[in-house]
Design a protein around this ligand. Structure first.
Ligand code: NAD
Length: 357
């Protein structure tokens, strides 16, 4: 075997349906006495449930988390944590709420306990983002990593089928780019293949059975998807991302397109762009999805299960494609196929129109 380096991050993961029941024990292990609960306004009810479970240890709820962590929101949450003398924050929600927890930890080193309810995977990474004056700045710092993650698939039961699909494909993107990352290793490969396969099994089942709340296969599929989230998020936190993540960052940041949907639309095209330069990664993705071609398999997974496949359907305008290409070309970043302006412009056009790669 060729030599390699793998950095594992110290985190405790508690996994399984009903594992939220272990919250108190987990908070005890963090020696927390005053807990600030974080959520979006839409998930206030779930935050209140956490507060009830924590009893006297619940110091307060901040329910102002929003997409891309605006600096004003981060400051308000940091101030609330400081004024309550909080010694722990519990973030229940998707990447936006967990991102807010990271913004608090970045300044205060407050321990974060994350309870993910989407499949974005942020809880497993040292990557944080903060938006100031319309610009999103990202960085890496191990201080922001949640100390404990409780993956309870029951908490994703209310995630609509549409958002489950796009969020799951967002997670697949982490693993897919992880498979051709220059700093990948056999361990991240294992996790990436297993994570993609978990989503390949679970997303069609979630799309099919979501109307049938109590179906036992739906609970199994939700559990599989959470397992995939853990794996794909860990890959994102362990190796470098390429063209796909760069394009999504550009489209989400500069053109205000919705995060998970952008990942869903771009991934098949980014994979087609890199296919000839990364044949082993493509084979691994295709085989995890039980398909013949990686890019087409992702496109079909989205299209056949009700997720968007065209940028024009998620808010992009044709007049912005040139500028998107220019921004994406501005910085160099690792990618198996060298960055070619004309080819990336074509990729964006195909994605805009929703052409099957
Ligand atoms: N730093 C990282 O490693 C990393 C990784 C992935 C994503 N992100 C960031 O995360 C953000 C996107 O996160 P996201 O896609 O999870 O969306 P989100 O956290 O913005 O959630 C979208 C909406 O769905 C609601 N929601 C979440 N779970 C729900 C559930 N189970 N039932 C009903 N509603 C629910 C939320 O309250 C919110 O209103 C972006 O800002 C992205 O940049 C960061």
């Amino acid at each position: 075997m060729t030599p390699f380096v793998h950095t594992g991050h110290a985190q405790r993961v508690v996994f399984g349906a009903g594992s939220l029941g272990r919250l108190e024990e987990e908070v005890d292990m963090l020696k927390a006495r005053k807990v600030l609960v974080l959520s979006t306004a839409a998930q206030r009810e779930q935050a209140e449930r956490i507060g009830d479970m924590l009893g006297a240890r619940a110091a307060g709820i901040f329910d102002g988390a929003v997409m891309h962590v605006p600096i004003e929101t981060a400051r308000a949450a940091r101030d609330m944590a400081a004024s309550l003398n909080a010694d722990c924050a519990v973030a229940i929600g998707g990447g936006s709420t967990i991102g807010l927890g990271k913004a608090i930890a970045l300044e205060s080193a407050l321990p974060i306990l994350a309870i993910p309810t989407t499949y974005a995977g942020s809880e497993m990474t040292p990557i944080y983002g903060l938006t100031q004056d319309g610009l999103k700045r990202t960085g890496k710092d191990t201080r922001v990593m949640p100390r404990t993650v409780i993956y309870d698939p029951d908490l994703s039961a209310g995630l609509p089928a549409y958002f489950s699909l796009v969020s799951g494909i967002n997670a697949i993107a982490h693993a897919a780019e992880g498979l051709y990352a220059f700093d990948a290793n056999p361990i991240t490969h294992l996790m990436a293949r297993e994570g993609i396969a978990a989503f390949g099994r679970s997303l069609p089942a979630i799309a099919r059975l979501s109307g049938e709340g109590g179906h036992p296969d739906l609970a199994l599929a939700r559990s599989d998807a959470m397992y995939g989230t853990w794996l794909c998020g860990t890959v994102l936190g362990s190796v470098s991302m390429g063209l796909h993540h760069k394009l999504c960052h550009t489209l989400g940041g500069s053109f205000k397109l919705p995060h998970a949907e952008v990942h869903t639309v771009i991934l098949p095209h980014a994979l087609a762009y890199n296919a000839a330069a990364a044949p082993q990664a493509m084979e691994a993705i295709a085989s995890a999805l039980d398909a013949g071609n990686a890019a087409r398999a992702i496109f079909d997974l989205a299209r056949d299960n009700g997720a968007p496949v065209a940028l024009r359907d998620i808010g992009m305008t044709a007049g912005d494609l040139d500028r998107a290409c220019e921004i994406a070309m501005q910085n160099q970043y690792p990618n198996p196929r060298p960055l070619d302006s004309a080819a990336i412009r074509k990729l964006l056009q195909d994605a805009y129109e929703g052409i099957r790669p």
